[in-house]
Design a protein around this ligand. Structure first.
Ligand code: NAD
Length: 310
């Protein structure tokens, strides 16, 4: 069944989703560079507004979008959409939480190995002509305890990959953790402080909420093993970066890998320049496969909503 309506795509998204929307009969305006003021001016003409992370769908945009029925985020978090303002107008807000799990989990594992084997430093020094083999005594993941903070979609995916590397899993989540996952992986479920004290590696997969803001702070770093590594591919706000800088300088934890930051792009250059920090520029979901999946999942949801199926 064909559907009609106009869709404004405000950020660059994979072509596959745009093709699906057009095939279903929708008129798609692809404006991946659109500025905030231009969006406010244009919003009235569209039934659907699609964004990734660059565009902020503020209350001002929502107030201007008099004909909007759907706001779609091609990604997981909805931090850049004023969901409350949209709901007040009965505009459906949708996202693609399932699409990025594999990509983010693989990055989390990659960051753990990068920390444990100092791969970025080895690479940088090697390219400068420095053979620093004796400085690079690493540690193995196999047999180590991985603490997963937030055992949702991505946390579970990361756990399964870590199991394949023969790691032992410890998990913390204030909400019930999937029972099948626990029996499949043998995860030990505990409270956050016990996890922080026991883990050799900690990987964070929680949403940004008032409860998770600075959940990793000076007190938590002081509880970590001096040999432990911390990986954050979730949201920057969950780590107090000033406290992390001091903790890493003091040698506890041994290192940290960050894909997300309190402000993005990050301004805390002293933290990023520490030799025991590995940093990536929010690339968790930045794989061809994840972007294609997110864009097609979102297109399918938009079409189904406009058809009145969901
Ligand atoms: P999810 O909703 O499936 O899982 C989040 C889990 O965190 C849930 O199980 C929830 O119960 C738990 N949680 C909530 N509050 C908590 C708390 N106070 N302490 C511990 N756990 C808590 O979400 P997901 O798809 O697994 O995504 C996890 C995070 O990854 C989100 O912050 C998301 O924005 C982020 N993410 C980052 C990238 C990236 O590019 N780096 C890409 C996709 C997603």
């Amino acid at each position: 069944m064909q559907v009609s309506g106009r869709v404004l795509v405000c950020d660059s998204i994979d072509q596959a989703g745009i093709d699906s929307l057009k095939r279903a009969g929708l008129q798609v305006d692809y404006r991946p560079e659109i500025k905030a003021a231009e969006l406010v001016a244009a919003a009235r003409d569209f039934e659907v507004i699609v964004v990734r992370s660059r565009t902020k769908v503020t209350k001002e945009v929502i107030d201007a979008a008099a004909n909007a029925r759907i706001i779609a985020r091609v990604g997981v978090g909805l931090d850049n959409v004023d969901v409350r303002a949209a709901e007040a107008r009965k505009i459906k807000v949708i996202n693609a939480p399932e699409a990025a799990a594999t990509a983010v989990a693989e990055l989390a594992i990659g960051l753990m190995i990068s920390l444990a084997r100092s791969i970025p430093r080895a690479d940088a020094e090697g390219k400068r002509g420095n053979w620093i083999k004796k400085d690079l005594m690493g540690t193995q993941l196999s047999g180590k305890y991985l603490g997963i903070v937030g055992v949702g979609n991505i946390g579970r995916h990361t756990g399964r990959l870590a199991k394949a590397l023969h790691m032992n899993l410890i998990g913390y989540d204030p909400f019930p953790i999937n029972r099948d996952f626990i029996s499949e992986t043998g995860m030990i479920v505990t409270d956050l402080d016990t996890l922080v004290e026991s883990a050799d590696f900690i990987t964070c997969h929680v949403p940004a909420t008032p409860e998770t803001k600075h959940m990793f702070n000076a007190a938590r770093f002081a509880r970590m093993k001096p040999t432990a590594y911390l990986v954050n591919t979730s949201r920057g706000e969950i780590i107090d970066e000033a406290a992390l800088y001091s903790a890493l300088k003091a040698g506890r934890p041994a290192g940290a890998a960050l894909d997300v930051y309190e402000t993005e792009p990050p301004t805390n250059k002293d933290l990023l320049n520490l030799p025991n920090v590995v940093c990536t520029p929010h690339i968790g979901a930045q794989t061809k496969e994840a972007q294609e999946l997110a864009s097609t999942v979102i297109a399918e949801k938009i079409i189904q909503i406009l058809r009145g199926v969901i």
